[in-house]
Design a protein around this ligand. Structure first.
Ligand SMILES: NC(=O)c1ccc[n+]([C@@H]2O[C@H](COP(=O)([O-])OP(=O)(O)OC[C@H]3O[C@@H](n4cnc5c(N)ncnc54)[C@H](OP(=O)(O)O)[C@@H]3O)[C@@H](O)[C@H]2O)c1
Length: 289
């Protein structure tokens, strides 16, 4: 059995490829530039250069494997994020249909069952729908918000002892490590279920920004205090960090929805918990910084 893994230079694709290799699976990694594949080739993977947006190329690659890990990668500079990612997920779904690959694990998200009010997760909602119509066998993997997002504000915690947060400071969420997303994606590829299934992945424990600040303080050996960015300042803060105005607006919508409890997992689907606790995930983030 062999598997195509997309997004290996990123968080979840890299973790999925790692987990598959650790379990002895035969994998081909899809990268956009040949040099990005070299570390994977050195570890025994085959390397294919191409884009998820190239339907003909992706279909040809999918036709040669038993399963694939696919995702809708972010494109933070997009002027119209939802339309831009829709074009990409439509291209991926067309490739999946054309190839007739037996099984796809598509990275989705908590909140993807909702068609509005979820900011960037709208792109996962759209991709879930088009891929559900296109795939022969499909696992929709819907994780919680990533613990790894704290990487974006790590520098402020290290230098000033401040952890800026778009979330309410006492809002405990099942934040999950992308290492656990990769482990579950690998498991789903190696043990496919017939037809369609949705698997929700929660973190090993629920944690609030206050909990994360306390844990990060332990990891860094200094006091770290979480500070909430006012909701009407989220879009400006996100734009200042390099996101397009449209993406920044979508992030503001998402975090307002999270803070108000409007954006959450769909009821009913099977739920799993990851293995990586908050401290372990933060230690890894600090080591990699
Ligand atoms: N952040 C969260 O809290 C959260 C929670 C739940 C779900 N999600 C979902 O997670 C997804 C993002 O996953 P991630 O964090 O693993 O992404 P990521 O770390 O940003 O990695 C994206 C990967 O996709 C690759 N890529 C981008 N465009 C490509 C293209 N056209 N063709 C081939 N490869 C391409 C990138 O390669 P290059 O190196 O070439 O750019 C990179 O390897 C989103 O769909 C998001 O909605 C996120």
């Amino acid at each position: 059995m062999s598997y195509l893994v997309a997004g290996v230079t990123g968080q979840t694709g890299g973790a999925t490829a790692e987990a598959l290799l650790a379990r002895g699976a035969e994998i081909t990694v899809l990268v956009r530039r040949a040099d990005q594949g070299e570390p994977w080739r050195a570890r025994g993977a085959s390397v294919a250069v191409g884009s998820l947006a190239d339907t003909a190329r992706l279909a040809a690659l999918l036709a040669g494997v038993d399963g694939a890990y696919l995702l809708v990668p972010p494109s933070y500079g997009a002027a119209d994020y939802v339309a831009d990612r829709r074009r990409l997920s439509d291209a991926m779904a067309a490739a999946v249909a054309r190839s007739r690959v037996a099984h796809v694990v598509l990275l989705s998200s908590f909140g993807a069952q909702l068609d509005r009010g979820t900011g960037p997760i709208r792109t996962n909602h759209d991709a879930d729908a088009t891929m559900s119509a296109a795939a022969r066998g499909l696992t929709l993997l819907q994780p919680a918000i990533f613990l790894d997002n704290w990487r974006w504000v790590l520098r402020a915690a290290v230098s000033d002892g401040v952890l800026p947060s778009f979330l309410r400071l006492d809002l405990a969420l099942p934040q999950v490590s992308t290492r656990d997303v990769g482990a579950l994606a690998a498991e789903c590829l190696l043990e496919p279920a017939p037809g369609r299934r949705t698997v929700q992945l929660l973190g090993a424990e629920d944690s609030s920004p206050n909990d994360v600040a306390a844990a990060l303080g332990e990891v860094l050996g200094r006091r770290v205090v979480a500070v909430q960015v006012p909701e009407d300042g989220i879009a400006a803060a996100a734009q200042a960090s390099g996101l397009s105005a449209d993406v920044a607006r979508l992030f503001a919508e998402l975090y307002k929805g999270l803070n108000a409890g409007r954006v959450d997992f769909a009821p009913g689907a099977p739920r799993r918990r990851g293995a990586t606790g908050v401290r372990a995930a933060l230690r890894e983030i600090v080591r990699g910084a």
